[in-house]
Ligand binder design. Structure first.
Ligand code: OAD
Length: 250
């Protein structure tokens, strides 16, 4: 793998890293991405399933769809890209992983400082009283569950179209983007804001931006270095180069 001298020298000394991940990092685990010809949104209209209005109109159908996705996610495993980020977290003092994914695979791989910008499909909460229901199991029946406390309907703890990001989470991600020296944007088409603004914020604050994606994206022109290919192949290689550089620097 060819990497720039600038990145090689950053690898030796960097102590503050921020990472943004998108659906592409889980593609090799078998979770479908959103855009592109095989993407979820090519088959389904987001506003019919991923909005609060859709949920209120058809709670059972939306619940069944999320049950289906939960089931897929329970069956898949983190891939080498998720594990490479877990390793990366141990190499530097300040590490933040902001993810747009709701699949819990970063936590399952062992990452610790993860900011879930769009929520987590394995968590739900009551629309009426707000109680978190941590372990909504995939139930065979297709009816939406009700809160055992107040009887309200339970929704997945994910961000739907037209909704705000969870309180304080984006602020933490912005702070991390502002203070990092090195920023990775991995497996995201970088078209959904505010998440897609994080690499730009990092760049404005002087970070070096590295993109890993199968193809060029909306932000390829503003990043410093793009690696085209599978995250599950490129990331482990990059992290191993970084480890070598740091061993030599000691
Ligand atoms: P997208 O589906 O928009 O983009 C996935 C990106 O991953 C594309 O740029 C692919 O080229 C790239 N990709 C695919 N396989 C890859 C691989 N093996 N290695 C590296 N890159 C790969 O997904 P996101 O950018 O995550 O929001 O989408 C952002 C948001 O749009 C989602 O969080 C979701 C959706 O609407 C909400 O639901 C709120």
């Amino acid at each position: 793998m060819t990497i720039s001298n600038k990145l090689r020298s950053l690898f030796k000394s960097v102590e503050s890293i921020c990472v943004l991940t998108g659906a592409g990092i889980s593609a090799e685990s078998g979770v479908a991405t959103f855009r592109g010809t095989d993407g979820l949104w090519a088959k389904l209209k987001p506003e019919e399933l991923a909005s609060f209005d859709a949920f209120l109109k058809n709670p059972d159908i939306v619940w069944e769809w999320y049950n289906h996705r939960r089931q897929i996610i329970q069956e898949v495993k983190p891939n080498p890209a998720h594990f490479a980020l877990t390793k990366l977290e141990t190499l530097v003092k300040d590490f933040t992983l902001a993810t747009q994914n709701i699949d819990n695979l970063h936590f399952r791989a062992g990452s610790k400082n993860v900011l879930e910008l769009h929520g987590n499909i394995e968590r739900s909460y009551c629309v009426d009283c707000g109680r978190i229901v941590a372990d909504v199991i995939v139930t065979p029946e297709k009816k939406i569950p009700h809160c055992s406390h107040c009887g309200g309907i339970i929704r997945p703890d994910v961000v739907w179209f037209g909704e705000m990001l969870p309180d304080g989470v984006f602020e933490k991600a912005t702070n991390a983007a502002q203070r990092c020296e090195l920023f990775f944007t991995i497996g995201t088409s970088a078209v959904v804001y505010p998440a897609a603004g994080l690499p730009l914020t990092a760049r404005e604050h002087g970070a070096y931006i590295v993109e890993i994606n199968m193809e060029r994206t909306e932000i390829s022109n503003i990043v410093n270095e793009t690696f085209l290919g599978k995250a599950g192949e490129i990331l482990p290689e990059l992290i191993s180069i970084m480890e070598q550089e740091r061993r030599q620097a000691v």
